[in-house]
Design a protein around this ligand. Structure first.
Ligand SMILES: NC(=O)C1=CN([C@@H]2O[C@H](COP(=O)(O)OP(=O)(O)OC[C@H]3O[C@@H](n4cnc5c(N)ncnc54)[C@H](O)[C@@H]3O)[C@@H](O)[C@H]2O)C=CC1
Ligand SMILES: O=C(O)[C@H]1O[C@H](OP(=O)(O)OP(=O)(O)OC[C@H]2O[C@@H](n3ccc(=O)[nH]c3=O)[C@H](O)[C@@H]2O)[C@H](O)[C@@H](O)[C@@H]1O
Length: 470
């Protein structure tokens, strides 16, 4: 008979980022009987999570402020006291960053696991009694072996009769599938919760937490390796759809078809489904490229070179889409944008987030800056300092420079073109008459999200390119 799952009374989450913060906030909000402490080495980030002004949380997610407001101070805590929080926890989530390696073996493809290793070592050193360690970060398949080796080295199996609490561990994989901008909805009503492990009691302890608000038929249980690989595979399949529809978008533009019509026609096939078929400037975000390249690395590591090439093409085409759009802008503006003012609407990698990690706007801006354009960038949620970091240069009104503007109308003043790179809802209702009136003619709208009112823009005298429209 498997041991009954031990009730979880205290949780520690290592990593107060885009995943750790929202995930733990929802768990605390839904499980008032569990004390949840989120820890981070980044004191600034922790201070922002503790800011009394809930509009200043370090992660912008619709609905997150309400969730944090209910639980923070009651049973949700944020602190830099990592070791103390680990010592007090029955369950520790590892939700640290796992970026692509930039040096050494596997650089450019493999995941850099130094933060996972460091946090596992912190757990090994500070944990007390029996601790369930949960991999929440996206990890290469079989990383649990590393985590278990580190924890195992610290495990103390007391001799019979020794009443001191033994330090023992169970390791689970529980990858997160939330998407940014919809994190709260994704966490409160997930398509599925995936739990991988070998220790049934530990699996049921974690399943019991999610079962507080997630129906049992959506709580999937599997083995460690399948769980770790499922996360990489999910992101690879999602990103593959985007590169697939973007490749069809280019064919639509060349043949007079419309990618939105094609998307509707194929998406009504229940085997394909209608979601994730929006053509755009390519996928951004911190994870798609990272996770696919990690899959490519793993395939090559196991000698599966054909499979590695198959998945690598998803990333290759994504980069091509961003370069194609920049090239097309230059071509349509008579082959040169040197000294020309281009208004860029949207810098975040998608709407409803302030996250710019791997945003398509970064590469497209860099290409146009290389061509000598004078960019004017507008984004409702991304800070100027973040754009400075991402573009690697301060604002300048010289050729090959960029400046920020506070509105699309201000950015379009004197501009030869407006580019839409993020699908912020406001861009669907812009006043194209007013915008066209301040632009230099002949003037263009390049809508890489097909969100703008193209008829209104054309009626205002603008030339219009929309992704995927022939
Ligand atoms: N961002 C997203 O939408 C999603 C991310 N993921 C995965 O979740 C993991 C975390 O991603 P994000 O939250 O975006 O990363 P993030 O970079 O926003 O947050 C990670 C945090 O961990 C902290 N940290 C690192 N090592 C630490 C240590 N030893 N002790 C204490 N704090 C430490 C860092 O200071 C950082 O604040 C990654 O593996 C990612 O692939 C999974 C699903 C969605
Ligand atoms: O592992 C992760 O980090 C997460 O990555 C993605 O979530 P996220 O990157 O936050 O956002 P998405 O909504 O997936 O968008 C990713 C990119 O694809 C683009 N996209 C998305 C959908 C679409 O139809 N077309 C399209 O171009 C978006 O504009 C964005 O640049 C996955 O959707 C999540 O399930 C996963 O947990």
């Amino acid at each position: 008979m498997d041991p009954a799952p031990s009730p979880i009374r205290t949780i520690c989450c290592i990593g107060a980022g885009y995943v750790g913060g929202p995930t733990m906030a929802v768990i605390a909000d839904r499980c008032p009987g569990i004390q949840v402490t989120v820890v981070d080495l980044n004191a600034e980030r922790i201070a922002a999570w503790n800011d009394p002004d809930l509009s200043r949380l370090p992660v912008y997610e619709p609905g997150l402020d309400a969730v944090v407001g209910r639980a923070r101070g009651r049973n949700l805590h944020f602190t830099t006291e990592v070791d103390a929080a680990i010592a007090a926890a029955d369950m520790v989530f590892l939700s640290v960053n796992t970026p692509t390696k930039t040096r050494g073996v596997g650089a450019g493809q493999a995941s850099d696991l130094r933060w996972i290793e460091a946090s596992a070592r912190q757990v090994a050193a500070s944990a007390r009694g029996h601790t369930i360690v949960v991999e929440k970060s996206t990890l290469p398949v079989r990383t649990a072996e590393t985590v278990k080796a580190i924890l195992g080295a610290a495990q103390q199996n007391r001799p019979e009769g020794d009443r001191r609490q033994a330090k023992t561990f169970a390791v689970l994989s529980n990858p997160e599938f939330l998407a940014e901008g919809t994190a709260i909805g994704d966490l409160e009503a997930p398509d599925r919760v995936l739990i991988g492990g070998e220790d049934t009691a530990a699996i049921e302890s974690l399943a019991g937490i999610y079962a507080t608000w997630v129906p049992q038929d959506r709580i999937l249980r599997t083995n460690l390796w399948s769980s770790e690989l499922s996360k990489l595979t999910a992101n690879a399949f999602l990103a593959q759809r985007i590169s697939s529809i973007n490749s069809i978008a280019a064919l639509c533009e060349a043949t007079g078809a419309d990618v939105r019509e094609v998307g509707r026609a194929i998406g009504t096939d229940s085997r394909i489904g209608a979601k994730f078929l929006q053509a755009g400037p390519g996928f951004g975000g911190s994870c798609f490229q990272k996770d696919i390249l990690n899959l490519v690395y793993l395939c090559r590591h196991y000698g599966l070179d054909e499979e590695a090439g198959y998945w690598e093409q998803v990333v290759t085409l994504n980069t091509w889409q961003q370069d194609r759009i920049a090239r097309m802008v230059v071509q349509r503006l008579f082959g040169t944008v040197t000294g020309k003012r281009l208004a860029l609407l949207g810098f975040a990698f998608k709407a409803d987030t302030n996250d710019t990690r791997e945003a398509p706007a970064i590469r497209i801006c860099q290409n146009l800056i290389e061509e000598g354009a004078r960019l004017v960038i507008v984004d409702p949620k991304v800070s100027v300092s973040q754009i400075v970091t991402d573009l690697g240069q301060p604002p300048s009104d010289a050729d090959g420079g960029w400046q920020a503007a506070s509105s699309p109308l201000e950015a379009a003043s004197g501009a030869d073109a407006v580019l839409i790179l993020t699908e912020w809802r406001d861009y669907a209702t812009l006043d194209w008459g007013a915008i066209a009136a301040v632009m230099r003619r002949p003037a263009w709208l390049f809508d890489a999200r097909a969100i703008a009112d193209a008829a209104a823009a054309r009626a205002a005298g603008l030339n219009v390119w929309r992704v995927g429209e022939g």
